[in-house]
Write a protein that binds this ligand. Sequence first.
Ligand code: NAI
Ligand code: HPV
Length: 617
Amino acid sequence: MASSTYTKAVFPSSTRSASTSLASLTTKNPFLRVSSLSGSRCASCYCQRACASVVNVTSVLKTADSKSSSAHGSKPTILVSEKLGEAGLQLLREVGEVECAYDLSPEQLCNKISSCDALIVRSATKVTRQVFEASKGRLKVVGRAGVGIDNVDLQAATEYGCLVVNAPTANTIAAAEHGIALLAAMARNVAQADASIKAGKWQRNKYVGVSMVGKTLAVMGFGKVGSEVARRAKGLGMNVIAHDPYAPADRARAVGVELVSFEKAIAAADFISLHMPLTATTKKIFNDATFAKMKKGVRIINVARGGVIDEDALVKALDAGTVAQAALDVFAEEPPPKDSKLVKHENVTVTPHLGASTKEAQEGVAIEIAEAVVGALRGELSATAVNAPMVAPEVLSELAPYVLLAEKLGRLAVQLVSGGKGIKAVKVVYRSARGHDDLDTRLLRAMITKGIIEPISNSIVNIVNADFTAKEKGLRISEERIVVDSSPELPLDSIQVQISNVESKFASAVKVNGEISIEGKVKDGMPHLTCVGSFGVDVSLEGNLILCRQIDQPGMIGRVGNILADHNVNVSFMSVGRTSRGKMAIMAIGVDEEPNKVALENIGSVSAIEEFVFLKL
Ligand SMILES: NC(=O)C1=CN([C@@H]2O[C@H](COP(=O)(O)OP(=O)(O)OC[C@H]3O[C@@H](n4cnc5c(N)ncnc54)[C@H](O)[C@@H]3O)[C@@H](O)[C@H]2O)C=CC1
Ligand SMILES: O=C(O)C(=O)COP(=O)(O)O
């Protein structure tokens, strides 16, 4: 993109930037649909470029127009690397080229991924940093057909701007039921007795079990699965307590469960059922030290993740009788080594990660993930996004024009900076009639970041990686909310972008406090520039923009208009703001075409014009 600046003397802060061209700025003007916003949706086109066939708003997700190899109009490629329910596959096939390739080695996955727009996995596929690297920016979404996302490198996904979505609800009951199945099977030695009788034995005395009624069950992790386990265990007459540092007390109260500390839970329990995610904090949280604090003869059920238990410590605790029995559906390494002492232990009941494996859950999960992935490929923000803000469709719909405004303001502001690379601090001021809690600005902040960063770097910025990219580039974006007396019907009155400690190539954009400041509003659903520095203007932010500062005098609009007309440049919008009559004025001219060098020089030679800048939006 050729962005040009022409300054005619005067204002010292800007004059030295006259020769600075932002010719290196590349316009990445990707358009992805936010379908809930656009109303119309092109059923077949998932192109990353501007697509005239749809009402585009802006891209909020992947924007790698230059990197995407899915050509305009072509279907996205979706790789399914583990068994997925047919109903989900059907949904995916309606919108993309679906390849099911199971049991891929890490190398095979890396080889395939560079031609994929989406990847759907369950728990066995490790989506590592290498996978994102190998995708070379093409992969837009990873769909985890289930809950646990510990097999996806979320940090790498975020850095690469790849959305990760999961299917958090469809297998909850299946996992809870499996937890209860393991609890009962373990208490009554079902698996061991079954193996014994099949081996031709009849050992009634050996397999005397323990009762569940009246026993204390500690549910560790009182989320979706944990609370369903608790509900069912209460039905079995168990006394249920739970530990979860983040669970709301009212959820526990609703189930009739007492939330207690970790220490209290493990010390009081006869049975401990694990339902927390595997994270850096929960890794091996059950270890020598914690087993030592448990009631002797405790029984443990794990339908969460193998990694939350130190498996060697569990074997020791089983051998010592501290833990009487364990029932495990998940293992630190899956499948576990053939000679695993834990799996072979006679007091251990195992299943091969079957928690989510019911027909019903798998159909549900497949549909849930297919819908999320299809939505993501369409540029929608998912309600099950794991590494991006979840924005409800109604909020998204309301914010749509402001999302576009935010990106345009960012793009505009950065072009007003001389050089563009030294930006460190950006302040965004939102004026709104709504209360502070009633406006989610994360999406707007991301789009301002995108507008600022993309023109001056090779980074592709989207809602997923905006904060990360800003941080990486040393760009601090602060936000301020000002409550104003305007219509609360509208989410925002205006957005102002201020950049401090930089020089401007258009001195009039600099306020007395030394900051570049521009402000915009949404009018009739369209983004408008309403303020440049201290000058009020009103120009629709479409196409390109020329900002001129001139001495307020008659005939200026006509002269500039004639120059543009002579060069076949159509003026779409024009507005003049001035300090006072006969003094300084700012002319903002929206143009459909990019004026050539001669046209710009001719504008610059109009004697009353003191500086001007051409900006591509
Ligand atoms: N075996 C299987 O096939 C299945 C396993 N799972 C696993 O079960 C686990 C729970 O799943 P959901 O209930 O759906 O997730 P969830 O997100 O609804 O619940 C997890 C709960 O763990 C809590 N938690 C986080 N850190 C904790 C800590 N240090 N101590 C105690 N609690 C903590 C969270 O606050 C949250 O309430 C996940 O790890 C998931 O991967 C889920 C479905 C099937
Ligand atoms: O949803 C989860 O977290 C699960 O553990 C289910 O795993 P799966 O999809 O059966 O490999």
